[in-house]
Design a protein around this ligand. Sequence first.
Ligand code: FPP
Length: 230
Amino acid sequence: MPSHVAIIMDGNGRWAEQKSLPRILGHKYGVETVKRIIRVANKLGIKILTLYAFSTENWKRPYNEINYLFLLLSHFMKKEIYELHNSGIRLRILGDLSKFPVSIRREINKVCSIIPKKVKLELNMALNYGSRQELIHAFKKMFKRGIKNPTEKIVSSFLYTSGQPDPDLLIRTSGEFRISNFLLWQIAYSEIYITRKFWPDFTEQDFKKAILEYQKRERRFGGLKPKKIK
Ligand code: FPP
């Protein structure tokens, strides 16, 4: 089982357009998939699930779409997360929340401060996240601390994912073959799985299929295939 699965949840807009629905409804149904996948990841014993919910580039979208995403986020923080806590899920935010409305920031911080008695799944939600911005943020902090000879371990410890293992598996929905400024440092050796399914259509079975595919991969981390022991 992969320890850490990261997902680029793509295709909400196209899912809606295909059904002649407003784009924002794609996001609404996307939240249903979010809940479904969190539940199944927890059930399967995955330790960390990272979801790309809002990128630093998403501010370029129309005002009403951004506002609707905030509304969904606020609803999610108020209604769903407590049930998630009861299932041993802890929330961490990857990204810079300072541009978010104060009320949402407050809700998110409140949720992040609640730690379940026994953490089963760490849920990372990438919000106003961009990998290049994350690296700049980390380098600035390192300079401030006077770190002159950073190692890989030190750089990792200044990222939003500090203390967590890198993703074993990266899933992207909607058939796009792009990384889109997501976890550039952390996915150096991740296995990548791309499905043509749009995010609102991504099911528990699709998630399990991605994991089965991951389990068939041979991970060499730049080394050679291990020789069979006779
Ligand atoms: C990409 O689809 C998706 C996003 C930019 C937002 C992802 C957000 C959600 C799934 C819902 C918010 C989550 C929570 C937990 C409240 P797109 O709009 O880029 O689709 P397109 O490429 O087809 O236009």
